[in-house]
Structures are given as structure tokens and as C-alpha cells.
Design a protein around this ligand. Structure first.
Ligand code: NAD
Length: 481
């Protein structure tokens, strides 16, 4: 059976690549989601040229025209959220509810930035010189290169593409090779519903080493925004700095969730289960280190184990599935490696961590809770990125805070407590970019700034009105009337 090829969109045309990618359903590896074109470096450069040529045309559109385009895109995404969510779940393995939720978020993000396009303002300052006016304005950067990971295949592209276009930039977008389907569907909506002039938006699917590299090194790409692993992000950052390009990096996490003795046990268990295992633990903001005070430790572990027994890991599209499969064989191998390594270093599995057989052949792993771990263990230092959480026992709040902050990452952190004193202290002293009290470390609002500290992020914040910092450049003008 031949499958239709989903093509790249370059300079206003749908084009085949030099090669093609077979997108496989991780819930059922016999199910081919689709064939997707893969570009080479030359095609990536064509897309960059087109975006470079189109930039003045797009910048000169009125804010209202750009806002209307984003609004139409958002409207179509929301109208088709069920279909887009189903595609997402099929290719990435999130449950259908999670897939539809993510598609909905993508639509909302476009709606939000449709409003932001109209709100971009400047500042007027008093001058120190008589008769001189000082104006501070924000202008589009030019061509924005966008590189995204596989774990949020529609929401992350949306939260980068929408502000880029809203503020008058043109775009070259390279999604993750593993999950091009949702990115392709989003791109098809953007070019059609958005009715964008040729070159304003370009989709270039393909390998990071070819397409991504062309974007990172081209002098025509003024700013690069990347979400993905820390190793890749750092390489991209260095290469952007070498040529003086603006760069924004969102990378890995090793997010702590502290459970204090005074926590509401039921709430703490829900927060931990959600943060550690939902979306198959494949969230940069997932809670991978559960730091539990000694007085509640045994009750907490027992209650989590009990709740885990009721979680159903199965086909992402099946009714009743709580946890979908791991997204790929490589990610599954990585999860199993860290589980085995934690055992070798003295940890013990309290529940899960087993390969599961289901009706279809897929990458099924039961969520794993590892107890008796300490913070120096490899499983607590490095990002696993799967349904794997480890428990670290601590004696008091001070030790909990110290352990939570003892990591090279700093994306998200959380605490479960009924104490205002400890909640306030944790919010002040956690070294993460996002701090949660009695809510999961994963799960954020689309209108609030998103990003981390230390090894997790570099550059200005994403999302909300804070996004304008990356997608615009500040100009100061002085006028003698
Ligand atoms: P990855 O680094 O392997 O790939 C990310 C993207 O970079 C892909 O599109 C890939 O093709 C591209 N790429 C790879 N090598 C490249 C190169 N040399 N030049 C240019 N581009 C290149 O990451 P992944 O496995 O897709 O995603 C998982 C990672 O993403 C995890 O570490 C996770 O924590 C992180 N993540 C972070 C956030 C955040 O906001 N901090 C959000 C989601 C995911």
C-alpha cells in the first residue's frame, strides 16, 4: 500500500524532500501514521532565503492583519481539536484526553497572541536634554529559526510560531523527526487559514544535523529558539553565539517535588502521580525526584503504590487508558537503563518498571517508583524522561530544600504542605524558574511566563507577554523637535 507523502512547505510551495520518514504509532508499531518528507541542507537554505525575502512584507502588514491571521489559525485548531488530538496521541503516545488537551492549548495560544499582536507597545522617556524626545520601540527581529522536540508536538511549535508571527517575524520551523504528523497538520492550518504570503512561514522537516544545522549556522536567521535536550541545546547555543545570533534554549529538567509531614496525603499523592507519570513521564516539567519527609514517607509511598496499581497503561487511543506507551524504542531503552542503574546503586522498585504486553505490539512500560534512593545517584542527577520517579527520604524541611536545589537543572519544582511558612520559604528559595505549591510540577498556564534557571534554560522566557522579549528587538530613538 502506498501512503500519501506529507510534504515540506518552502517559499509558498509544498515540496517533496530528498528522503522520507515513516511515522510509527508507539501504541501499535504495525500502524504507520504517515510518510513525511525529509529535507536536506539545500532545501533548508531555500526556506531560509524565502523567509529572509518575505520579512519586510510581513513586518509592514498592520498589527490587525497579523492578529486576524493568528485568530483564524486559532479558530481552526480549536474547531479541529479532537481530530488533531487523536493524531497527536497516535504518533506520540499521549492518551487521547492528553492529546486533545494539548491541541486545545495550541489553539488557545494562537488566540492569545492574536491579541498580543495588537498590544505591542513602546515607551516614551523624558530626555536629559531640553526639547529632545526619547522613544523606545520594539521591532520584529527578522527570520526566526524554530527547532522543537517530540514530547509536545503541537503545543511547543504553537507557542513559538504564534509569537514569532504576531510580532512581525518570518519563520523557518523544524519539528522533531520522531513526530512530524502534528507539526505537519499545524503547518497546513497555518498556511491555509492564516493565508500568509509566500515565505512568511516555512516548514522544513528533517534531521537536526542537516536542517537544524543549516538554520543554526545561517547568517540570515537572526534568532534561534530551541526546545530539546540539554546536550543539543548547548551546542546550538555556542554556534549561535559564535555568529552573534540571538538564542533561546529550553532544555532538560530533574524536577523535585517535596512532600512535607504536614501535607494533605491524598492531595500529595494526586500531585505526585500526575507530575511523575501522566503523559508517560515525558514532560520536561515532570516530577522525577520525590523528596519525602521521614514522618510521612512510609504512608506516602504506600498510598502512591496503591494508586499506581489502579493506573492502566495501554494503547493511547483506548478508553480507560491512564498512561500511554513510551514514545520510541530509544526512549524505552533509556528508561530501562536508568531503572537498572538505580537498582545497581542501591535503589529498590516499590512498584512498576516492567515491560507490558498489550493487544498490540508497542513500547509499554508500567510506571516505576524507586525507593531508598539518594540524591547523588545517577537516576537523580540525569534526566530520564520516562514514567520513572525516585523517592529520596529527608529528615526535615531544610534538608528537603537543600536536596531539591542540589541539581544542575532548574526548570520546575514543587512542594506539598499545609504550612504557609514552608510554602512561602520554598517559593522564595527554590532555584527553579517555576515553583508549584500543592499543584503538579507539570501543567502551566499559556498566558504566564514559562522557563527555567541553571542548566534548564538560557535566554528570555517563553509564553505570555514575556515572549516579546525574544521575538522583538528594542530600538531607542532621540528626536529634537
Ligand atoms: P533533542 O535535543 O534530541 O532534539 C530536539 C530537536 O533538536 C529535534 O528537532 C532535533 O531534530 C533537533 N536537533 C538534534 N540535533 C541537532 C543539531 N545538531 N542541530 C540542530 N538541531 C538538532 O530532544 P528531544 O529528544 O526531541 O526532546 C526531549 C528533550 O526536550 C528532553 O531533554 C526534555 O527535557 C526537553 N524539553 C524541554 C522543554 C522545556 O521547555 N524546557 C520542553 C519539552 C522538552
Amino acid at each position: 500500500m502506498t501512503t500519501e507523502l506529507n510534504m515540506n512547505f518552502i517559499a509558498g510551495d509544498w515540496l517533496a524532500g530528498t528522503d522520507a520518514n515513516r511515522n510509527i504509532n508507539p501504541s501499535d508499531t504495525s500502524d504507520v501514521v504517515g510518510e513525511y518528507a525529509r529535507a536536506d541542507e539545500k532545501q533548508a537554505l531555500q526556506a531560509i532565503d524565502a523567509a529572509f525575502e518575505a520579512r519586510q512584507l510581513w513586518q509592514r502588514k498592520t498589527a490587525e492583519e497579523r492578529s486576524d491571521a493568528l485568530d483564524r489559525i486559532g479558530t481552526e485548531i480549536l474547531a479541529r481539536r479532537d481530530e488533531l488530538g487523536r493524531l497527536l496521541s497516535r504518533e506520540e503516545g499521549k492518551t487521547l484526553g492528553e492529546g486533545i488537551g494539548e491541541a486545545t492549548r495550541a489553539g488557545r495560544v494562537f488566540k492569545f497572541f492574536a491579541g498580543e499582536a495588537l498590544r505591542l507597545g513602546g515607551e516614551k522617556l523624558a530626555s536629559i536634554r531640553a526639547g529632545v524626545e526619547v522613544d523606545v520601540v520594539r521591532e520584529a527581529e527578522g527570520v526566526i529559526g524554530i527547532i522543537t522536540p517530540w514530547n509536545f508536538p503541537i503545543a511547543i511549535p504553537a507557542w513559538k510560531i504564534a509569537p514569532a508571527l504576531a510580532y512581525g517575524n518570518t519563520v523557518v520551523f523544524k519539528p522533531a523527526d520522531l513526530v512530524p504528523g502534528s507539526a505537519w497538520a499545524l503547518s497546513e492550518i497555518i498556511v491555509r487559514a492564516g493565508a500568509l504570503p509566500a515565505g512568511v512561514f516555512n516548514l522544513v522537516m528533517g534531521a537536526g544535523s542537516k536542517v537544524g544545522n543549516a538554520m543554526v549556522t545561517s547568517p540570515k536567521v537572526r534568532a534561534m529558539t530551541f526546545t530539546g535536550s540539554t546536550g543539543t541545546g548547548r551546542q546550538i547555543g555556542l554556534r549561535c553565539m559564535e555568529r552573534g545570533a540571538k538564542v533561546q534554549l529550553e532544555m532538560g529538567g530533574k524536577n523535585p517535588l517535596v512532600i512535607l509531614d504536614d501535607a494533605d496525603l491524598e492531595q500529595a499523592v494526586s500531585v505526585a502521580i500526575n507530575g511523575s507519570f501522566y503523559s508517560t513521564g515525558q514532560r520536561c516539567t515532570g516530577s522525577s525526584r520525590l523528596i519525602v519527609q521521614a514522618g510521612i514517607h512510609d504512608r506516602f509511598v504506600a498510598a502512591v503504590v496503591e494508586r499506581m496499581a489502579a493506573l492502566r497503561t495501554d494503547h493511547a487511543l483506548k478508553d480507560g487508558t491512564d498512561i500511554g506507551p513510551v514514545a520510541s524504542k530509544e526512549q524505552l531503552d533509556q528508561d530501562l537503563f536508568y531503572i537498572a542503574n538505580a537498582m545497581e546503586e542501591g535503589g529498590r522498585i516499590a512498584a512498576g518498571g516492567e515491560l507490558l504486553q498489550r493487544e498490540h505490539q508497542g513500547f509499554y512500560l508500567s510506571p516505576a517508583l524507586i525507593v531508598e534512593t539518594h540524591n547523588a545517584m545517577r537516576v537523580n542527577r540525569e534526566e530520564v524522561f520516562g514514567p520513572v520517579a525516585s523517592v529520596i527520604r529527608v529528615k526535615d524541611y531544610d534538608e528537603a530544600l537543600a536536596v531539591a536545589n542540589d541539581t544542575e537543572f532548574g526548570l520546575s519544582s514543587g512542594i506539598c504542605t499545609t504550612s504557609l511558612k514552608y510554602a512561602s520559604d520554598f517559593k522564595r528559595n527554590s532555584t527553579a524558574g517555576m515553583v508549584m505549591v500543592n499543584v503538579p510540577t507539570a501543567g502551566v498556564d499559556y498566558h504566564a511566563p514559562f522557563g527555567g534557571r541553571k542548566g534548564s534554560s538560557y535566554g528570555s522566557r517563553e509564553q505570555g507577554s514575556y515572549a516579546r522579549e525574544f521575538y522583538t528587538s528594542v530600538k531607542t530613538t532621540y528626536t529634537q523637535a
